[in-house]
Design a protein. Structure first.
Length: 484
C-alpha cells in the first residue's frame, strides 16, 4: 500500500448559469469530483426567459462550429433541439441573404448548417442536459463577490446569498462565465495583477425584435437577412427573420445612431421597409405579431486579453462574454462559448497542475480570434463606430473581402470560402490562400441576381396569402436554385 497522502479530486465552481456557464460545466464535469454552478438569478426549469439575458429577445442561431462543439460536449443535444422544434438550416441552400454586394445564391450543395431557435429553447435544452450530470449542481440567488487566494493561485470564491449572508466556496478551479458584467478585472486588480488590455469597438447598433405567428409553415422556410452596406451614406440598417419553434418567426431589425429602431410597435414594419430591400416588411405584413417590440443597446464588441497578462493565477479561467462579447448581429456569441468550453476541456485533460489555467486561457483566446476579427473587421467601417477606425491595411482588406463576397454571389467556391470562416470552421487567413485569391480575381461566374431566389413551393405559399410583392412575381435572371 502506498504511503503517499490521499489527494481529493479537484472541485470546480462556475460563476454564471448562462449558456457559456453550462457548457463550461459540461466541459469539466467528467474531469473533477464536482461542479457547482452559482447564479445571481433563478434558473428556469424549461424554455422560459432567464433574468440577466436581455439579448434573449433578439434573433439567435448556432453556427456549424458551435453546434458541433455542443454536440461534442453534450452528445444528443442537437437531436433534442430539433425534436423540440428548432430548425436546421442548410447554408446557403435555405437562406435568402441580401449582402452589400447583392443576393447570394442558394446553392443546392450545402456545406454547413445553422440551428435556429429561440434563445430560451436553446438554453433550456443545454441546461437540462448539463444538470442531469451526477457531478453537477446549481445554486440560484447566489452572487460571486470576490476571489479567494493570491495573485498566483485562486483557491475559491466568496459568495453572497439573497439574504445578504456571505460565505466561502473553496475549489481548485473557478470558471467565470458571468458575462459583460464580470468583476474579474476588478478582482485581479485587487490581487495586484495589472496591465489587462481591453478593446471596445462600438458601432452604436440598436436592436429591436419581436415574435410573429408565421403565415406559412416554418419547416424548410428560409432564413431571411438584409445586411447593411457601410459604403452607403446615412445610418446603417439591417434585419433578419429566423424560423423558430412553435410555427413562429423571430424578427429583428437593427440600426446605428441617427437611424435606430424604437420600441414603438407601429414603427416596426415601416423600419423594416426602410431597409435596402422590402422583403422583410412584405413578409411580416402578412404575419401576426405575438409580442411587443423589445429594444437592446448592448451591442458593443468588447474583448479582455486575459491570455496576454504576464501574471495569471492558477485555478482561474474566464470564458464566454466575460472574456469577449460580440456585436450580436454576427451570430457568433453562443458558438464561440461552445468552442471555448471545448478548448477548456482539452486543456484540463492533462490535469490541474501548475500553468493549467494559463494554457486554458490561451486556448480560449485562440478560439476567440476568428469571431473577433470578423466582427471588428466589419464594424470599424461604419461611420458611427467608436473605439477604432480603419487603417490603410483594414481598408485594403475590406475591399478584398468585398470583392470576394461579390464573387460569392456567382461562385460556389467563393461562397464556400466565406462560409467556412463565418461558420467558425476556418481562420480568416484561409481567405487569402492562392486558390481563393485566384477565385476572387476571376470574379463571379454567373451574373448578379436581381431579386431573391424563391423556390416554386415558396412562391405558391406566398401567392396563397394574397397578391405577390413585385420581388416574388418572377424568377431571378437565373435558375431559381443554382447547382454547385
Amino acid at each position: 500500500m502506498s504511503d503517499l497522502p490521499h489527494r481529493p479530486a479537484p472541485r470546480a465552481v462556475v460563476i454564471g448559469g448562462s449558456m457559456a456557464g453550462m457548457l463550461a460545466a459540461a466541459a469539466v464535469a467528467d474531469l473533477v469530483s464536482s461542479v457547482e454552478i452559482i447564479d445571481a438569478h433563478e434558473l428556469p426549469e424549461g424554455p422560459e426567459p432567464r433574468t440577466g439575458v436581455p439579448q434573449a429577445v433578439h434573433i439567435h442561431f448556432l453556427q456549424t462550429g458551435g453546434l458541433e462543439a455542443i454536440e461534442d460536449l453534450l452528445p444528443g443535444s442537437i437531436d433534442l433541439l430539433l425534436a423540440a422544434g428548432a430548425h436546421r438550416i442548410p447554408v446557403t441552400t435555405n437562406m435568402l441573404v441580401y449582402a452589400p454586394e447583392g443576393w447570394y445564391r442558394r446553392w443546392t450543395r450545402a456545406t454547413h448548417s445553422l440551428i435556429t431557435a429561440s434563445r430560451d429553447l436553446t438554453d433550456s435544452v443545454v441546461r437540462a442536459q448539463v444538470l442531469k450530470h451526477a457531478r453537477v449542481s446549481a445554486r440560484s440567488h447566489t452572487k460571486a463577490v470576490g476571489l479567494l487566494g493570491s495573485r498566483n493561485h485562486i483557491t475559491g470564491v466568496r459568495v453572497r446569498n439573497s439574504d445578504g449572508t456571505e460565505s466561502e466556496l473553496r475549489a481548485e478551479l473557478i470558471i467565470d462565465t458571468s458575462g459583460r458584467a464580470s468583476r474579474t478585472p476588478q478582482w485581479l486588480t485587487g490581487l495586484g495583477i495589472n496591465g489587462l488590455r481591453e478593446d471596445r469597438i462600438d458601432s452604436g447598433l440598436v436592436y429591436a425584435s419581436r415574435f410573429y405567428r408565421a403565415p406559412v409553415p416554418t419547416r424548410d422556410w428560409p432564413v431571411i437577412a438584409v445586411q447593411a452596406d457601410p459604403s452607403l451614406p446615412g445610418p446603417a440598417k439591417s434585419g433578419g427573420i429566423l424560423p423558430i419553434e412553435g410555427g413562429r418567426w423571430h424578427v429583428s431589425v437593427m440600426g446605428t445612431p441617427g437611424g435606430h429602431p424604437t420600441s414603438d410597435a407601429e414603427a416596426f414594419e415601416p423600419f423594416a421597409r426602410a431597409l435596402r430591400h422590402p422583403i422583410m416588411a412584405d413578409l411580416i405584413k402578412a404575419a401576426e405579431p405575438l409580442t411587443d417590440v423589445k429594444v437592446s443597446r448592448s451591442t458593443a464588441n468588447r474583448r479582455l486579453y486575459y491570455e496576454r497578462l504576464s501574471t495569471w493565477p492558477d485555478g482561474l479561467v474566464v470564458l464566454g462574454d466575460a472574456a469577449a462579447a460580440f456585436n450580436p448581429i454576427y451570430g457568433h456569441g453562443m458558438s464561440v462559448a461552445a468552442q471555448s468550453a471545448l478548448a477548456l476541456r482539452g486543456a484540463l485533460a492533462t490535469g490541474l497542475g501548475v500553468g493549467f489555467a494559463r494554457r486554458a486561457q490561451r486556448a480560449i483566446g485562440r478560439r476567440t480570434d476568428t469571431a473577433w476579427a470578423l466582427a471588428v473587421g466589419t464594424d470599424i467601417h461604419f461611420s458611427t463606430t467608436k473605439g477604432q477606425r480603419p487603417h490603410l491595411a483594414d481598408r485594403l482588406l475590406h475591399r478584398y473581402v468585398s470583392r470576394l463576397s461579390r464573387t460569392a454571389t456567382g461562385s460556389f467556391n467563393a461562397a464556400t470560402a466565406l462560409t467556412d470562416v463565418l461558420a467558425l470552421q476556418a481562420p480568416p487567413t484561409s481567405l487569402v490562400t492562392p486558390s481563393t485569391l485566384l477565385t476572387a480575381v476571376a470574379g463571379p461566374l454567373r451574373r448578379p441576381l436581381d431579386r431573391p431566389q424563391l423556390t416554386l413551393p415558396e412562391r405558391h405559399l406566398l401567392a396563397s396569402l394574397g397578391e405577390l410583392p413585385p420581388w416574388a412575381m418572377e424568377e431571378p435572371r437565373d435558375d431559381a436554385v443554382t447547382h454547385a
